[in-house]
Design a protein around this ligand. Structure first.
Ligand code: ATP
Ligand code: MG
Length: 595
């Protein structure tokens, strides 16, 4: 049935919603696709629901094509399975926990590895029943710290999650590969400009892991690419190589110097050049200094552990890389209270002299991998107003290990050694991931193998952000006049606008609606009798259906206008040819018989 604007449950808004910062979010609300119910929680109105269903259809078709079997788990879940895998605690404040009337703990599912694993454990017991791929398209709940941009980061959102079950690694590899190919088809069909990047496996703790990112300046994820080698990775997943050792035999013995009022790298470099110039005549730079950054790690069990990170002074510790590196612990700021509790730390002048599990502070000390064995540094001397020069890594100090937490910069060498990195931003649309045996072990999912021996099943986990895709497509396709859907996702194939007061106009439009529907075409029909043409045109542009047909003034000369929403190209067609011309325009299979 055509959606008639005279009766459709829709009210377009002229004003942007106050809480929206991104253009796509503003337009989805203004065009009456979604409505905010609470921060990060949205209702789907008729037009939005249509687009959502179309995204689901694409995802469903491609999952079915690789043999996925659809089922649906509840969102309201018992605590025990999540307790068994440690995620009841590990998920931290992102998990919506609740109690039933008897005081029994429950949760709203943030992702369903546990439930799938247990279902397979209950129902299957032999290698003969594997491989198996199960999926659902279902509502997830995460109490995100920063719900953002409407559907893009919701606290309630829709995800396609699938899980593969295999007896051996080769089976898992094959399942992973099939998913990868299905995802390529899904995102090609959804019309994204996307990249596939190596991803951090984070708290999930597995092996192969890739993300599909929609390239967008609004993205929250930063990724690197190397044009020379094709390497692409999320910044969190970039593993910089350990710098090769350098010869320190010519470096003089370390010497402490007074460097008053130099608590920052800039002030230190200036003072070093003024008062302690280098023997080789080259000026000191920030890259010659070793900066020691303190953070407080909060472990899943709530315990707190200070951590010191040594990075060259021209680099910053990147929050996201740090979070990934220390996960499942969460890094917090090391505040004044913490400094007061560790008097051995001279703030602004902290050096390797006191850092390390075996040193005076007892604080674990990790170095950036760019700090080569044998390299000499200017760094804090653990006294206010003093630094130590020519302190050589390996000769004068050591650390407890390395950490991949320093920021990556445009032009940094690619970790594969084949060129330089560029940085871009993206929105994570999908994630494919070899879980391995982590969940199967925790929940004891075993099957009998061909020799009658019990073996632990190996799993993959694969997600697509279905509701996020609606927002990302809106964001990636909109223009100054409104939304601008690709054909496969648009809420309708054609938007027919009838203008004026002339009865013939409405009769002609009505006939066109009926004829198009007879061909299975989805129609939005603006049949509102007392709305001005200007308002109708504006609404048509705002709603973003790819083909707009105007039945109006031209009718006196026997013509209608067909407009392409995206290119704004318009052409006039004779009333008698209108059905055929619209079918051609929308690429309808029946169109051939009209031309
Ligand atoms: P992000 O880093 O964006 O928080 P994630 O790594 O937590 O994502 P997964 O757990 O891998 O995401 O979930 C699978 C997919 O679900 C993601 O690729 C993303 O498209 C989608 N998704 C995750 N969190 C949200 C959210 N809060 N709102 C909407 N979609 C989401
Ligand atoms: Mg997340």
């Amino acid at each position: 049935m055509a959606l008639r604007l005279s009766t459709l449950f829709l009210r377009t808004l002229r004003e942007d919603p106050a809480d929206a910062e991104m253009p796509g979010h503003k337009l989805l609300v203004r065009a009456g696709y979604i409505r905010r119910a609470a921060p990060g929680v949205y209702s789907w109105l008729p037009l939005g629901l249509r687009v959502l269903r179309k995204v689901e259809r694409v995802v469903r078709e491609e999952m079915d094509a690789i043999g996925g079997q659809e089922l649906s788990f509840p969102a309201l879940l018992p605590r025990e399975p999540y307790e068994a895998t440690g995620r009841w605690t590990e998920y931290g404040p992102n998990l919506f926990r609740l109690q039933d009337r008897k005081g029994v703990d429950m949760l709203l599912g943030p992702t369903h590895e546990e439930m799938f694993t247990l279902a397979v454990k209950d129902m299957f017991s032999s290698y003969k029943e594997l491989p198996l791929t199960l999926y659902q398209i279902q509502t997830k709940y995460r109490d995100e710290a920063r719900p953002r941009a409407g559907l893009l980061r919701g606290r309630e959102f829709i995800m396609k999650d699938s899980y593969s079950f295999d007896v051996d690694d080769a089976g898992l590899d094959a399942a992973y590969q099939r998913h990868r190919e299905a995802y390529v088809r899904i995102f090609d069909r959804l019309g994204f400009d996307y990249v596939i990047v190596h991803a951090d496996s984070g708290a999930m703790g597995g092996s192969a892991s890739e993300e599909f990112l929609a390239v967008s300046p609004h993205g929250e994820d930063t990724f690197v690419r190397c044009e020379a080698s094709g390497y692409a990775a999320n910044v969190e997943a970039v593993v910089m190589p350990q710098a090769t050792p350098v010869d320190a035999s010519q470096v003089p013995a370390a010497h402490g110097e007074d460097t008053p009022d130099t608590p920052t790298i800039d002030t230190l470099v200036a003072a070093a050049n003024a008062d302690h110039p280098r023997a080789d005549g080259r000026p000191w730079t920030a890259a010659d200094t070793l900066k020691n950054v303190l953070v407080m790690l909060v472990h899943p069990d709530g315990s707190r552990e200070p951590l010191a990170i040594g990075v060259p002074g021209d680099r910053e510790v990147d929050r996201k890389r740090l979070e990934a590196a220390v996960s499942p612990a969460v890094p917090e700021a090391f505040d004044e209270k913490e400094f007061a509790a560790h008097p051995v730390l001279a703030k602004g002048y902290i050096g390797p002299g006191v850092l390390g599990a075996q040193k005076a502070s007892g604080i674990r000390y990790l170095l950036d991998p760019s700090v080569a064995e044998g390299s000499a540094w200017v760094t804090g001397a653990d006294e206010h107003g003093r630094h130590v020069f020519d302190l050589v890594h390996g000769r004068d100090f050591t650390a407890d290990g390395t950490i991949q937490a320093a920021g990556i910069r445009e032009g940094d060498p690619s970790p594969d050694g084949q060129g330089r990195l560029t940085l871009d931003r993206g929105i994570e649309m999908g994630h494919i991931f070899q879980l391995g045996r982590k969940y199967a072990e925790a929940l004891e999912l075993k099957v009998l193998d061909e020799h009658g021996k019990l073996v632990t099943v190996t799993m993959g986990s694969y997600g697509v952000g279905v509701s996020r895709a609606v927002a990302a497509v809106a964001e990636g396709t909109l223009d100054d006049s409104g939304l601008c859907w690709p054909r496969e996702l648009a809420p309708a194939d054609v938007h027919i606008v009838a203008t004026g007061k002339d009865r013939a106009v409405f009769e002609t439009a009505e006939r066109l609606v009926v004829d198009l529907e007879a061909h299975g075409v989805e129609v939005i029909y603006d049949d509102r009798p007392k709305v001005s043409p200007g308002v109708k045109f504006k609404d048509a542009e705002l709603l973003g259906v790819p083909t707009i047909v105007v039945v109006g003034r031209g009718l006196a000369e026997g013509v209608l206008e067909i407009k392409d929403r995206q290119t704004a190209e318009r052409r006039q067609v004779a009333v008698g040819d209108a059905v055929g011309e619209v079918l051609v325009e929308i690429g309808h299979p029946a169109a051939v018989s009209f031309r």
